[in-house]
Design a protein around this ligand. Structure first.
Ligand code: TRP
Length: 449
């Protein structure tokens, strides 16, 4: 059995080295497992909750897409798409919103933190809080439940959201499933072994601390960042303590055990910090150099990136569209047509529901229509001089002998004795026409007992 792994990346920033080691690299490695069916997407609707700068959103989507692809994500293996290219996500969000308890969302950490801050500052509790922020977990539940993900790799701050997705999904199953489980219950996956990289100053590498190392900046930028890593003041020749040096921690995240052992020994032996930095720079430049070239090439061809993401969206929608159809059906958003059909039990019976209706034209001639069970006109006969001939023709069409159907463009005609006796309306496209032909054949086929 395959495990479906799904995670979203909020598109508000530019990925840095910490994102790469902590999320991108492990996700790409996980996607290569034989039993993994991975869904990775740009959570650009989530980005809108936090950011009202269109250019930043635009830029970040492009950079994050290019980063994942340049880092080796194989879009033949995984489904890689933008959340906002899947309209079914927003539709599902509404279906879930209608079953999500407000009390549940009141307890969301992110919302509560904003409320607490407002109260602390003597503001109205909901000052500056949008419905987007409040409903954030419902949108995230839709992301997860839409594709029935088993595992959702996330940071600790997101565990509660995955739990809420379970909660909301379960409620939907209970209300509308009639014993059927529409949604799989997702598990948050916290990778304990994955590195949390320290930043330049030793605190966790994070944009909010302004201590990041750029991932795909130029070699020059990388060098400048590495040389600004904070170290202690031990002079060249003095022994360094690798275990208390975040420079060494950074080195470890990208090196083999042998390289680490050598670097450790050299630090203990008094390697100068300047040289240690040069070694770290070379290591990173080596690891990232090729990917950086791929990244720059991708960024220069945004139209190609667009195509790649649209192909990913099409792949995702192959699942999302029919599934959402089922869910709409389950809650009662049903076509009036299929409603009629569902009162007929089987396909055969539906076909039987097709009927001939004859009528008289103003000029006194007779014609008939063949209507499908749903009332759609499949065929309109030619004009017959009298009702009897019209009746004979409609009988012969039902006598089980092979039908002579001739398709012309998006319409067809039915022939009998070298003469077209009826014609279909013009259909919207070839597929609709083809479907009508098969409905016609079904309707006129001899019915089994
Ligand atoms: N909220 C997540 C974050 O900020 C991003 C995200 C959106 C996500 N939808 C998701 C993660 C679905 C996992 C699954 O990190």
């Amino acid at each position: 059995m395959t495990t479906r792994i799904l995670t979203g990346i909020t598109t508000t920033g530019t990925p840095h080295l910490g994102n790469y080691a902590g999320a991108i690299r492990p996700a790409i490695v996980a996607s290569r497992a034989a039993d993994a069916d991975s869904f990775y997407f740009l959570a650009d609707y989530h980005a809108l909750i936090k950011c009202d700068e269109p250019l930043r959103i635009q830029r970040s989507r492009l950079e994050i897409a290019a980063t994942w692809l340049a880092s080796g994500l194989d879009t033949d293996r995984v489904t890689f798409y933008r959340q906002s290219d899947i309209p079914e996500i927003t539709e599902l969000t509404w279906l879930l919103t209608c079953v999500a308890a407000k009390g549940l969302l009141n307890r969301a950490h992110a919302y509560k933190a904003s409320v607490d801050k407002n109260v602390e500052q003597g503001e109205d509790p909901d000052a500056g809080i949008t419905m987007g922020l409040f409903s954030y977990p419902v949108l995230m539940a839709a992301d997860i439940l839409m594709f029935n993900a088993h595992q959702v790799p996330v940071g600790r701050d997101q565990i509660q959201h995955v739990e809420m997705a379970r909660d909301i999904g379960q409620r939907f199953n209970h209300l509308f499933g009639k014993g059927k489980e529409f949604f799989v219950m997702p598990q948050a996956l916290i990778e304990e072994s994955v590195a949390t990289l320290p930043g330049l100053d030793g605190r966790k590498m994070s944009k909010s601390y302004d201590n990041t190392i750029p991932l795909f900046g130029s070699a020059k930028q990388l060098k400048a960042a590495v040389s600004s890593i904070v170290t202690d003041s031990r002079a060249p020749g003095e022994a360094k303590d690798p275990d208390n040096s975040h420079l060494f921690t950074l080195y470890q995240a990208f090196s083999t055990a042998a390289q680490q052992a050598e670097f450790r020994a050299d630090l203990l032996g008094g390697l100068a910090w300047g040289e240690a930095k040069q070694r770290l720079f070379e290591l990173l430049d080596n690891e990232l150099g090729e990917a950086r070239e791929r990244y720059n090439a991708l960024i220069e061809r945004p139209a190609d990136l667009e195509d790649i993401l649209l192909a990913g969206a099409a792949k995702a929608r192959k699942i999302a569209t029919p599934f959402l159809g089922e869910l709409r059906e389950a809650v009662g958003l049903r076509s009036f047509r299929s409603d009629l059909q569902s009162t007929q039990n089987t396909k055969k019976k539906a076909a039987k529901g097709a009927r001939f209706v004859s009528f008289r034209e103003d000029d006194g001639s007779f014609r008939f229509r063949l209507l499908a069970a749903d009332g759609e006109q499949l065929l309109l006969s030619k004009n017959f001089a009298d009702g009897k001939t019209a009746g004979q023709v409609s009988k012969r069409l039902q006598d089980g002998s092979p039908l002579d159907v001739r398709v012309d463009g998006n319409a067809f005609a039915v022939w009998l004795d070298d003469e077209a006796v009826g014609a279909s309306p013009q259909f919207a496209d070839a597929a609709a026409c083809e479907q009508a032909v098969s409905q016609l054949r079904d309707a006129l086929a001899p019915q089994p007992e």
